[in-house]
Design a protein around this ligand. Structure first.
Ligand SMILES: NC(=O)c1ccc[n+]([C@@H]2O[C@H](COP(=O)([O-])OP(=O)(O)OC[C@H]3O[C@@H](n4cnc5c(N)ncnc54)[C@H](OP(=O)(O)O)[C@@H]3O)[C@@H](O)[C@H]2O)c1
Length: 282
């Protein structure tokens, strides 16, 4: 595994002149918005079959919006359609791809080999980004097999690097685990954040105050973990005065096996990613 760029160091590769994002829902738009807000980058074309969605996307300056896919020779294609529709997409659009068309998939579950076979291109980078990409705080994990050229890998990594941190893995199944941890992570964290906010409101804080306190606690803790380099449980113990208030709260977490529940939830999510691979074998 190798860690690549941080957002502040990232520049969009001049070699990608036109990026086509196929499927511009939550994830496709997060990527597009991240790229639009970054350093001058490629022309961005978004292709979406949903007419209402296209109308909404047309509001964004800098996006070319269309319902029809058309791939030119130097285009770089990002696939952000739901995995369940990919087989039909591939049947309908395969003829537009050449064996060297560079493809960055962000689709959960689908393996790089199955995507490559369905589109008849050898240049597939399989990644899993996440929605904080929209605010340059994304975490993307990707895999590329030996057939993918260094140029395609560099361009895919540079695109992902504009919208957050990037990690390359050399075993593709780790992308399924990263799909749980990084792709779904913002949902899991938001779920917990919501519980903090509900507690605040139940005790008489306004929704705004509850949100402000909670977000600052999460952001501050993430910054402390990163900058101190200390293990998370050490930081946990530093807050837990013996027989104090936090110790009582952690005891309630332990009684409910919260840690075990979180690990089980991530494992269930990763299993679902592996299951999704089978939607290709119809
Ligand atoms: N959401 C996340 O946080 C996240 C994170 C990592 C990866 N992903 C991956 O990103 C992909 C998209 O997820 P999402 O949450 O963004 O889904 P979404 O919000 O449902 O967006 C998908 C979009 O693609 C459109 N679409 C469907 N078929 C199409 C086709 N043949 N050509 C062009 N556009 C088409 C959909 O239109 P219709 O509504 O008309 O079908 C919809 O607007 C999935 O593969 C998912 O696994 C998502």
């Amino acid at each position: 595994m190798t860690t690549a760029t941080r957002p502040s160091d990232a520049t969009c590769p001049a070699t990608v002149t036109r990026l086509i994002i196929v499927g511009c829902g939550h994830m496709g738009l997060a990527i597009a918005r991240g790229l639009l807000g970054g350093p001058p980058g490629p022309e961005i074309v978004v292709v979406d079959t949903d007419a209402e969605r296209r109308k909404a996307l047309a509001e964004y300056d800098g996006l070319t919006v269309t319902g029809e896919l058309d791939i030119a020779e130097d285009d770089f294609v990002t696939l952000a359609v739901p995995p369940q529709v990919f087989a039909d997409f591939a049947d309908a659009e395969r003829h537009r791809f050449t064996p060297r068309t560079p493809v960055l998939s962000v689709m959960a579950g689908l393996t790089s080999r199955s995507i490559a076979a369905a589109l008849n291109t050898s240049q597939v980078v399989r990644s899993i980004p996440n929605t904080p990409s929209e605010v340059f705080e994304g975490m993307s994990v990707y895999f590329a097999d030996a057939e993918v050229s260094a140029d395609t890998v560099a361009r895919a990594e540079a695109l992902l690097g504009v919208i957050g941190k990037v990690l390359r893995v050399d075993a593709e199944e780790l992308v399924d685990d990263a799909t749980a941890l990084c792709g779904g992570g913002p949902a899991f964290v938001s779920y917990i954040v919501d519980a903090f906010c509900r507690f605040a409101v139940s005790r008489g804080f306004s929704e705004e105050a509850g949100r402000e306190m909670t977000v600052q606690v999460f952001a501050g803790t993430a910054a402390l973990i990163e900058e101190s380099g200390k293990p998370p449980m050490q930081l946990c113990h530093e807050v837990m005065t013996p027989n104090g208030t936090t110790e009582r709260g952690i005891a309630a977490f332990d009684a409910a096996d919260l840690g075990g529940s979180v690990v089980a939830a991530l494992a269930a999510s990763a299993r679902r990613s592996r299951e999704l691979a089978s939607v290709m074998s119809r």
